[in-house]
Write a protein that binds this ligand. Structure first.
Ligand SMILES: Nc1ncnc2c1ncn2[C@@H]1O[C@H](COP(=O)(O)OP(=O)(O)OP(=O)(O)O)[C@@H](O)[C@H]1O
Ligand SMILES: [Mg+2]
Length: 296
């Protein structure tokens, strides 16, 4: 189901985002999701509804074009690895400063079809079948050079097929294990005190989990705690362990989640402090909209 990016409507949307940033108030924008990095907005047009994912602002055209190539390569490699990806277009517009604003645009899929939702609304049989399909896809595609952030909220079940949504942060590594993504740019939503720390970490460890089946599954299961779906973990562990060389345990999943949740909590607190600093002390626009507090 191919589509044309609604250029005029996106321009209007971007104007509204800039106003919202100026006022540090995202109410009325139609936020579909606050990612750790991107802001996902819904856009209704006469040609249908779209999910528009605003990327960090690119300081130069060159860096935008590099992102464009990385994204295209990522989409192609996922498809070649058997993962069905929601059709994604990259739209961009220059800012008065010459910097570039980009959005990944997809058709908006019906919210009740998101797998994070279906795991709540469907029964055990659906969950088991979903997880079997999930494991097939993850195992078929993940490699030391191709990663996947496979949380339940990043998949939709459309017409019986799993569709992957979260492509804004392409996870690919070169032969020496370095991220192809402009990690530096994608860390700009983090408070400056953390940027160096994160840059050092991302060079190695915190992305590692996305590049092995075991890591992806551990992250998926850990996130079920956040989604209040702990009751599914024992069954899923059994399914996953039938395939993993080194089995996972419920304790490992819980410990992983505690670590991950704490990390994001700290980041979120620091972001708020950073926004306060921007707005109150430096009297500048804080360039991100922050999610409401998540109950972890
Ligand atoms: N095409 C879509 N249709 C409907 N809802 C969507 C679509 N894409 C994203 N969403 C909603 O927005 C949420 C966030 O989107 P997505 O996973 O792409 O970005 P993200 O998690 O913010 O990425 P990151 O954390 O890497 O910045 C999804 O979990 C889903 O609820
Ligand atoms: Mg996501």
């Amino acid at each position: 189901m191919t589509f044309t990016v609604p250029d005029r409507e996106l321009r209007t949307l971007e104007d509204r985002v800039r106003t919202a940033l100026k006022n540090a108030d995202g109410t009325g924008l139609g936020v579909l999701g606050y990612g750790e990095v991107t802001l996902v907005l819904s856009l209704e047009t006469e040609h249908g509804a779209f999910a528009c994912k605003r990327l960090p602002v690119f300081p130069t055209r060159d860096r935008f074009e590099r992102y464009e190539r990385t994204l295209a390569a990522y989409l192609e490699r996922l498809e070649n690895g058997g993962v069905r990806v929601a059709e994604t277009r990259l739209w961009h517009t220059p800012l008065p400063s010459g910097r570039i604003v980009g959005y990944c645009v997809q058709r908006a899929l019906p919210a009740p079809r998101l797998c994070s939702r279906l795991l709540h609304t469907e029964g055990e049989l659906w969950a088991e079948d979903f997880f079997a399909r999930f494991l097939d896809q993850v195992d078929g595609v993940v490699s030391p050079s191709l990663g996947l952030d496979a949380q339940a909220s990043n998949w939709a079940d459309v017409g019986g097929a799993l569709v992957y949504l979260d492509v804004t942060t392409p996870l690919m590594r070169d032969t020496r294990g370095r991220e192809l993504l402009d990690v530096r740019l994608f860390c700009t939503s983090l408070p400056w005190v953390l940027r160096d720390a994160v840059r050092i970490c991302t060079a190695t460890s915190i992305f590692d989990k996305f590049y092995t089946t075991r890591g992806v599954v551990l992250d998926f299961l850990g996130n079920l705690h956040k989604e209040r779906l702990e009751k599914l973990i024992p069954g899923f562990l059994e399914q996953a362990n039938a395939r993993l060389a080194r089995p996972l345990t419920a304790e490992e999943v819980a410990a992983y989640y505690r670590g991950d949740a704490r990390m994001w909590e700290v980041i979120q607190r620091l972001r708020k402090a950073d926004r306060f600093w921007h707005r109150t002390v430096r009297r500048r626009t804080y360039p991100f909209l922050l999610p409401p507090d998540v109950d972890r």
